[in-house]
Structure formats: C-alpha cells, structure tokens
Design a protein around this ligand. Structure first.
Ligand SMILES: Nc1ncnc2c1ncn2[C@@H]1O[C@H](COP(=O)(O)OP(=O)(O)OP(=O)(O)O)[C@@H](O)[C@H]1O
Length: 252
C-alpha cells in the first residue's frame, strides 16, 4: 500500500473551554516507531484516545491506510487495525497469562482462533513458559510483555504503547525495546508514549512533541532534542547539555 499508514489532520479535542489537542497534523509511515512526548497535561493521552476511538474528536480526521476511523468505537478501530495498550487497566489477576492475552484476540475472532492466536503471540514475545501463571503473580517486566501481547492479539497494523516501560530497570527496558524493534521489522507500526527519555531516544526513529495540545516539533530524536522550543517546554537545558556532551563523546 502506498501512502502513509496513519494520517492525522487538524485533529482537535475540546473539553469545555480547554483545548486538550489543538489542530494536530502528522503522518506515520509503515516501518516507523514514533515517540509522542511532552510535559504533563500536554495532551498525549487524549491524542492516543482520539486515535483508537476512546475519545471523539471535536474536529479533524484520523486515517488508517486511507480510511477515516475518527469517531469510530474502539472495537471498530481495533478491527480496522489500530489499538493501544492500556496503562493501569488491570489484567484479570486470577486468570492465566494465556487467557488474558486471548481476550485481545476475541475482538476479532472466535474462541478457538483466539486461543491459537494467543499461543502464537505468547511464543513471539517470549511468554510461553509462563502462559499458565496467574496474571496477578507477574513481575513488572512480565506484565509489560503481557500488555504488549494482549494488544498484539488483535493483529494491529498500528500499535500505540502507553508507558509500557514505566518502572522497569534499564536492562528490562532494553529487552522491551528489542522486542518492539523486532515486531516493527515484522510489519507493525508503533507510536509510543514514554516519560523515560533514554528509552524514547533508543527506541524511536522520530519524535512528535506536544505542548498545551499543539504539536511543537516533529523530527528525528537528535533534531528534536536540539530544538529550542522543546528544550524550553519539556526537556530542560540540563538534558540538552548532557545529550550534547554524549554526542560529542560519540563523535570524538
Ligand atoms: N475527560 C476530560 N475532561 C476534562 N479535561 C480533560 C479530560 N481529559 C483530559 N483533560 C485535560 O486535557 C489536558 C490534556 O490531558 P492529557 O491527559 O491528554 O495529557 P498528557 O499529556 O497525557 O498528560 P500526562 O503526561 O500527565 O499523562 C489536561 O489539561 C487534562 O486536564
């Protein structure tokens, strides 16, 4: 398919007098991992919710491979191929990992096929050995993988990751980063909200930066971390300085 996988144009969401997402436009190509960053309250969660149908836009379009999905219910957007992981939405603690993951598949297919899909996905994300473990007994990195697996079970073309690496150690983050890059190489497009800048920088090909609902930057991690508006609004000058020093050390 030619053209971008996702095209967002003039997307706006108002809550009363507050404009949480304000005229945002961008495109995402099929092979990309795109990070969405910005300060608390910038509109990241609202933008994700608009993309997957959890929130209706006040204005604007969301196209997935050319089809307008703005305003569709989440299960219809998921069937069209775009879904997100659910930060802080409890897994069913007494159900097994496999049954939790299978729930994602039930959005698209019947029970038998959903079970087979869950088994394939569990194998792919490295969870087969703990498929029968109750979800309530998982470690944090296992939980992160289960959240990704549950979303993958809907067979997304575009998967939005909502802070799946929160509270992980650097080594655990590296493992999730490797997993996501591998899945991208197999054809899934990713958008990622993550507060941990080191993880964002190492995972993402491109960054979008929101501030007060507006898109203030769209570029490579290096371009964005050198952008004056982004440093002012979000990163702070100490991050920029340490990043510049790291660049100089690498270049030397
Ligand atoms: N349902 C709602 N009703 C009213 N205001 C809302 C609603 N949802 C979000 N907002 C407001 O919209 C703005 C954007 O919030 P949003 O949660 O999208 O930001 P965020 O970038 O995800 O923040 P964080 O990094 O803290 O999660 C905030 O001012 C928030 O208070």
């Amino acid at each position: 398919m030619n053209g971008p996988r996702v095209r967002v144009s003039g997307l706006t969401r108002r809550f009363g007098g507050l404009v949480a997402v304000n005229g945002v436009s961008f495109e995402i190509g099929a092979g990309e991992i795109v990070g969405l960053i910005g300060p608390n309250g910038a509109g990241k969660t609202t933008l994700f919710n608009l993309l997957v149908g959890l929130c209706r836009p006040s204005e604007g379009r969301v196209e997935l491979e050319g089809a307008d999905v703005a305003g569709l219910k989440p299960h219809r957007v998921a069937r069209a191929g775009m879904t997100k992981t659910f930060q802080n939405v409890a897994l069913f603690p007494e159900l097994s990992v496999r049954d939790n993951v299978m729930m994602g598949g039930l959005l698209r297919v019947g029970l038998g096929e959903a079970r087979r899909a869950a088994d394939r996905v569990l194998e792919r994300v490295g969870l087969t050995a703990i498929a029968h473990k109750p979800a309530g007994a998982l470690s944090l990195p296992e939980r992160a993988r289960v959240e990704v697996a549950r979303a993958l079970c809907t067979r997304p073309k575009v998967l939005l990751l909502d802070e799946v690496m929160a509270a992980l150690t650097p080594t655990e983050m590296e493992e999730i980063i490797d997993l996501v890059k591998g899945l991208r190489d197999e054809g899934t497009t990713f958008m990622v909200v993550e507060h941990h800048m080191k993880a964002v920088m190492s995972l993402c090909d491109r960054l979008l930066v929101l501030n007060f609902g507006r898109l203030i930057a769209d570029g490579s991690p290096t371009q964005v971390t050198r952008n004056h508006d982004v440093i002012e609004a979000y990163l702070g000058s100490s991050f920029a300085a340490s990043h510049r020093n790291a660049d100089i050390a690498t270049e030397a």
